[in-house]
Design a protein around this ligand. Sequence first.
Ligand code: UD1
Length: 425
Amino acid sequence: MDKIRIRGGRPLRGSIVIGGAKNAALPLMTASLLTDETLTLTNLPDLADIATLTNLLVQHGVGFDVVAGAQGHGGRVVALKAADIVSTTAPYDLVRKMRASVLVLGPLLARCGVAKVSLPGGCAIGTRPVDLHIKGLTQMGARIDLEGGYILASAPEGLRGADIVFPTVSVGATENLLMAATLAKGETVLANAAREPEVTDLARCLVAMGAEIEGIGTDTLRIRGKDRLHGAEHRIVSDRIETGTYLMAAAITGGEIELVHGDLDHLQSVGRTLSAAGIEFTPTERGFRAARTNGLHGVDAMTEPYPGFPTDLQAQMMALMSVADGASMITETIFENRFMHVPELMRMGARVTVHGASALVRGVPRLTGAPVMATDLRASVSLVLAGLAAQGETVVNRVYHLDRGYERLEEKLAACGADIERLKE
Ligand code: UD1
């Protein structure tokens, strides 16, 4: 398995081009199941999770053609065409690799009236159930049984509109039900819906495909179902988590990075928190610049659904705060087990005490390099950030986690002056 070796201590300077958002691309790709016409997606990132979902969609019968490779500052252009759905089963072997595979459930059920999707199971950051997806589809008239580790869903007469109030905000459940509702009979209201930019991006693409959706960008989505949707072309929104990760790389090394295609509007709570910590943001023609010119102060952060501080930047924030002046309280409210990076950061010299859902981070002047290992995507990248700031050598194991969500990470960082390389095995 590949490793990444970093020799830390260099301030990063330069530009990094941000790709299309992984978490927008995944639901957008599953939206192709809603029509027999072609859905063309531009700015598609080249990531392991995208390849996993492509394999799943292809076995459902979706044609996947790369129309143009990544050029200049844009990702790939791909055409997805679900002319004939040859299988409505999403098998365990493919779903277990990535939880987001469950996003085929709503579209398959809405289009074919039947779907059999493996239960995704737990993952390193928590149990992550899919009860809200199932309950919502049941309210829309589906019959759902759980059998042999699979969700067996059927709606022979088709789905019908329903008033659905989510008890907690769920990105995936909002996306699954939003897609299902576009082909249901009558009107569906999704209240307390997720407002993440990735949900908004999906809603916009569905509208381009002929769906009727009101309230896009708010927590109440009103969808009037159609008999059919048609093909469309859609550009995937830029990845706010990749942007946030690299701006923290500038911050933790005391450097300055321009985030090309970065959109600070999608990172307002992060911007506010990091401004208070001493990071300066300047808009540029192509995106914005993040710089740490003076000190770095400890500030508190609590993860919340959008527009709050994203849980997918919590581990990176902790790495940053581990070298700040003073203390920081980091509270995780979305996932129950998302402090897996703490023991690894502590092996690099960070001073962190966890009390339930909160971690008290006392800043130290310097981290020291160490061999480290992480159990999920964002935890892994927090260790890369720590390595960039640490004295000496850090080797991050289990690089496959990084490849799920960061395209050419080591290349992008090296271009800004980082001493970082991939060790192939
Ligand atoms: C998505 C993102 C992930 C991000 C998360 C929260 C994708 C592919 N992944 O994951 O990177 O960290 O949003 O912003 O977009 N829950 C239930 N029942 C359900 C569904 C969710 O209890 O049926 C709980 C989860 O366990 C969690 C919380 O709701 O505690 C939020 O999860 P959710 O927003 O659904 O996350 P995902 O869509 O899986």
